[in-house]
Design a protein around this ligand. Structure first.
Ligand code: M6R
Length: 490
């Protein structure tokens, strides 16, 4: 057969056409035949239309997300519910290896052998206006501004009954059995897991470690006897994370998904779900989902720690701390002008930048660097500040921007000494320091909060620096090149 295209979706259409024209098949049977021919190792989400019957959609998926939206006199197909909430709040799941025929008034689900399947439908209560831009120029700015409200929302949602933290007992009992917590995520969600691991260890005494999903899927470490998996994912649709979850289920290991999207694939497939309650996140650069992921992990770590009678958890007033975080975030957000000036002075015309810190501050440095590079295309690296002198300091020259994050008492002096080393080599140094550790020369001072929660504040100036750098370069902040909001391929 002659290939007329190198684009996979076009090849599929050609193949369907081939069976219809040369083997006299109906469109439906030709589609089924093609689905059968495609290797089960691939992933796909298809909506096929035959131009002679434009009201009929032939739909199938394998591993990739796809959902039917059910309307009155119309039906919709999209990869997630957010895309359809302005039209409907009724949805129907599609399972792998099913074929669905959608018309304006009917949805018929069969397996590949033609047996009728009973579909699962669900309702979602999402405010359709939550994904409107309003008066904002970009969703990223709106979403950063929403962070204090998200902190309040998380506190209100999880601290019920006179401010008491209530979590599902069955879930806590399952987690209690674990001898290690594995936190799995990609990109920003992985960075949130790095912060979470420290909170779980301190508040529960259970060993915890964060893993990059795409690495864990193909390079699994030696496992403990009783692992518990936490999947961190804003969208709930990330293919790399799902690949790990599929294997976790095969092994019979218990799992929880922490996600912003109820009924998303990873939420449906894990044993338990905790929601971020952050509202739809539209900008490709994740901001409020990162801070919400940290806050929800703190809720869980405290709840589990109390269940285990851990003194650190018992003495940690998380509800009050989340209130302080919300106020602190607002103070930082109100200093936008200062951050915009810093971005224009140090980053807009720079080719590269370094974020440095130790421990928790290093994990925030990783996230800060990711934010800057993905939307401003400035080559940025997040670095463990003690490692600089082991090689990377060779890159520091006149005016290289180095941003130091200093929020932990134990390591503050050490990071400051690393900043002196780069200053001596001509770097332009910006510091983001916690008030109680600040010195008069610090560029940006953060209000004090508990040491476990400082990432919730130190990341905000870094998010804003990335935003204003992208804006200063005249780029499309919300839709950076080469990136998609949900990464549904491995
Ligand atoms: O939806 P998820 O949280 O699973 O997405 C994971 C990453 O693709 C995502 O966090 C990505 O790194 C962000 N767009 C970065 O801002």
């Amino acid at each position: 057969m002659l290939f007329r295209s190198e684009t996979d979706t076009e090849v599929i259409v050609q193949l369907v056409d081939y069976f219809v024209v040369n083997q006299n098949m109906t469109t439906k049977n030709a589609f089924l035949k093609v689905l059968d021919l495609i290797s089960v190792d691939s992933s796909y989400a298809f909506v096929l239309v035959d131009r002679t019957t434009p009201d009929v959609l032939y739909v199938a998926k394998y591993k990739s997300p796809l959902l039917i939206g059910l309307g009155d006199g119309f039906n919709l197909v999209a990869s997630d519910a957010i895309a359809m909430v302005k039209r409907t709040n009724n949805f129907m799941e599609i399972q792998d290896r099913e074929m669905v025929i959608v018309t304006p008034t009917d949805v018929q689900v069969t397996d590949f052998a033609g047996n009728i399947q009973k579909p699962v439908t669900f309702k979602l209560d999402i405010d359709p206006t939550a994904s409107d831009l309003g008066a904002y120029p970009f969703f990223m700015l709106k979403e950063m501004d929403e962070q204090p409200a998200v902190m309040h929302k998380i506190a209100q949602t999880y601290f019920v009954q006179d401010g008491e933290l209530i979590l599902d007992a069955k879930f806590l009992e399952t987690m209690k059995q674990a001898d290690k917590i594995y936190l799995v995520g990609a990109g920003t969600s992985y960075h949130a897991g790095l912060v979470g691991a420290k909170m779980f260890e301190q508040l529960t005494g259970i060993q915890a470690e964060a893993y990059i999903a795409s690495e864990f899927a193909y390079d699994q470490p030696i496992m403990v006897k009783k692992p518990f998996f936490i999947f961190l994912t804003q969208s709930g649709e990330t293919a790399d994370s799902r690949e790990v979850l599929v294997n976790v289920k095969k092994q019979g290991w218990p799992s929880l998904t922490i996600t912003n999207v109820a009924k998303s694939t990873l939420s449906r497939e894990a044993d338990f779900t905790m929601l971020l309650h952050a509202g739809p996140e539209i900008a490709v650069a994740s901001t409020k989902a990162y801070t919400a992921q940290i806050a929800v992990q703190a809720v869980l770590a405290k709840g589990l720690g109390e269940y285990l009678n851990n003194a650190n958890a018992q003495n940690f007033d998380l509800r009050q701390q989340l209130g302080l975080v919300a106020v602190g975030m607002q103070t930082i957000i109100d200093s936008k002008e200062q951050i915009s000036e810093l971005a224009n002075k140090y980053l807009v015309n720079s080719k590269n930048a370094f974020y440095i810190g130790r421990g928790t501050d290093w994990t925030v440095a990783l996230e800060a660097a990711l934010k800057l590079k993905e939307i401003s295309y400035v080559q940025a690296e997040g670095f463990a500040s003690g490692e600089l002198k082991h090689g990377t300091i060779a890159l520091i020259e006149d005016n290289t921007p180095v941003i130091g994050i200093i929020t932990q008492q134990r390591t503050a002096a050490l990071t400051r000494s690393n900043l002196h080393e780069v200053l001596a080599r001509g770097a332009s140094v910006i510091t983001i320091a916690l008030s109680s550790l600040a010195v008069p020369e610090d560029t940006f001072v953060l209000p004090d909060v508990d040491a476990l929660l400082t990432p919730l504040l130190s990341v905000v100036p870094a998010q804003l620096l990335a935003y204003y750098t992208s804006l200063g370069k005249g780029l499309d902040v919300d839709k950076p090149r080469n990136l998609a909001k949900s990464v549904t391929v491995q």
